[in-house]
Design a protein around this ligand. Structure first.
Ligand code: AHR
Length: 497
């Protein structure tokens, strides 16, 4: 099978906002307790945070981390998580039916995020709470001093304001599972009024309005249209969330799911632009895809967890090789939409549907999906170029005309580097790729990284990396044309300089 691509310097989509390589830590399962934080772990720092986990997060170079939820935030009283740890309450956590010990809260998390090199994307509770708690949290975090909540922060030993820039106005408020679920009208009004108050405290913040919990919600995309009718001028981004699974064990269909994601992004952009037209607004709404991943392996196990324990092993998907291919394609999809998608959060970061796993008091290890995420974050910064792709196609259960070759290209102008990300979706045949890069005169191939495995269901584990990338792919460059053999079912990163 043959596929062709043309990549040209002038086919620019937009500059990649590095925040598309964001992630997410929720107070859920073992993400915080037993994940990033474990007082008794041999690698714990003076604040109880695991250094081995920090090291792995640094390898991913995560620019922004959403916190503290997720469904958790819709029942969270942020005041429970600040001040002396000994006097913080244990609370029944209704979203995941656990007990929240509140040993980690706003200040500890923000300091930890700084140590791993990330900004925090902070979510406020618009489920059980509203304008008042949200404005107080902005005052606590961002106001320098001389007022009730800023002085409370200072009394907690944090003299300088955190200056959190990005704030989510609640989480998945369209979902009946959400504590304080709202109709689009109710949410639109509340989000607008909360946005106003938060911005009056700190005009420099950026706000994310809740979009639909997935493209499959019955209220999608009416939810976007109705809520944006209220919030359009008051917010900067609308959120998108989407998870996929291979429940029917139909891998050809599963690997085409990124086409569904592409369609979802198109629909949200169209809905935003419709509201822009309706309002005769000059403003373009931007997109924050702040929850995305594969999530289904752990669904069954989660039904067996007893309620009201602290940090049970919830949502601990163990990812296989084919999941890594889809994650690669989802990253490729973002890169092709960087003109509107400015933030995205791989949900989540540690233990909970995550690229990084830990053993309690033991090892930390990398799941299969760690690698495409790391490659994109490492090499996918610069200008995203739109490749012209000519690929053979297939039909799957839910999709027609699925190109076997899925690709995105990033040009780092300053570093004079070009990176081609490519997935071959064919499950039994390699693809002979020719890629015209003649506008990049004098470039050489630096490396062709490949991730492939005979067994699509192969997984990693503590101390056991069955699925990992290797250098030494077959790319050659001659007369401005790259030729490469992309192995069946493979993830490829072809780097030129
Ligand atoms: O990421 C896990 C959960 O998925 C989040 O808490 C929620 O927002 C979504 O439904």
């Amino acid at each position: 099978l043959k596929a062709r691509m043309i990549v040209d310097k002038s086919f620019r989509i937009a500059e990649v906002d590095q925040r598309i390589y964001g992630s997410f830590i929720e107070h859920l399962g073992r993400a915080v307790y037993g994940g990033i934080y474990e007082l008794s772990h041999p690698s714990a720092d003076e604040n109880g945070f695991r250094s081995d986990v920090k090291d792995l997060i640094r390898q991913l170079n995560v620019p922004i981390i959403r916190y503290p939820g997720g469904n958790f935030v819709s029942g969270y009283d942020w005041e429970d998580g600040v001040g002396p740890v000994a006097s913080r309450p244990k609370r029944l956590e209704l979203a995941w039916r656990t007990v929240e010990p509140n040993e980690v809260g706003t200040n500890e998390f923000i300091q930890w995020a700084q140590e791993v090199g990330s900004e925090v994307m902070m979510a406020v509770n618009l489920g059980t709470r509203g304008i008042d708690a949200a404005r107080n949290l902005v005052e606590y975090c961002n106001h320098p001093g001389g007022s009730r909540y800023s002085d409370l922060r200072r009394s907690h030993g944090v003299e300088q304001p955190h200056r959190i820039k990005t704030w989510c106005l609640g989480n998945e408020m369209d979902g009946p599972w959400q504590i304080g679920h709202k109709t689009a009208e109710e949410y639109g009004r509340l989000a607008l009024e909360t946005a106003k108050a938060m911005r009056w405290i700190d005009p420099d913040i950026e706000l994310v309005s809740c979009g639909s919990s997935s493209a499959g919600m019955p209220t999608f995309p009416e939810w976007e249209a109705t809520t944006l009718d209220h919030t359009y001028e008051a917010v900067d981004y609308i959120s998108l969330h989407q998870y996929y699974g291979n429940r029917d064990n139909d891998t050809a269909n599963y690997l085409a799911r990124s086409m569904d994601m592409d369609h979802f992004i198109h629909t949200v952009i169209s809905t935003c632009d419709y509201i822009q037209a309706k309002k005769r607004s000059k403003k373009k709404m931007l997109l924050s895809f702040d929850e995305w991943n594969v999530w289904y392996h752990s669904n069954e196990a989660d039904t067996k967890i007893e309620p009201w324990s602290i940090a049970p092993p919830q949502l601990e998907d163990i990812y296989n090789f084919e999941d890594a291919l889809l994650v690669g394609s989802m990253l490729i999809t973002f890169l092709r939409h960087v003109d509107r998608v400015k933030m995205a959060c791989l949900a989540q970061l540690v233990n909970v549907i995550a690229p990084i796993m830990t053993e309690n008091n033991g090892r930390a290890w990398k799941q299969t999906i760690f690698y495409p995420y790391m490659h994109a974050s490492q090499f996918g910064r610069g200008i995203s170029l739109m490749p012209v792709v000519d690929s053979p196609k297939y039909d799957a259960q839910d999709y027609t005309d699925v190109p076997y070759l899925d690709s995105a290209v990033v040009y780092d102008e300053a570093g004079e580097a070009l990176t081609i990300f490519a997935v071959n979706r064919h499950l039994s045949e390699g693809l002979d790729l020719t890629c015209d890069v003649r506008s990049f005169e004098g470039y050489r191939i630096v490396e062709h990284i490949v991730m492939e495995h005979e067994d699509l269901k192969a997984v990693n584990g503590p101390g056991e990396e069955k699925v990992a990338p290797r250098s030494g792919g077959s790319s050659k460059l001659d007369g401005g044309i790259v030729t490469a053999q992309l192995g069946k079912a493979s993830w490829n990163v072809i780097r030129l300089r």
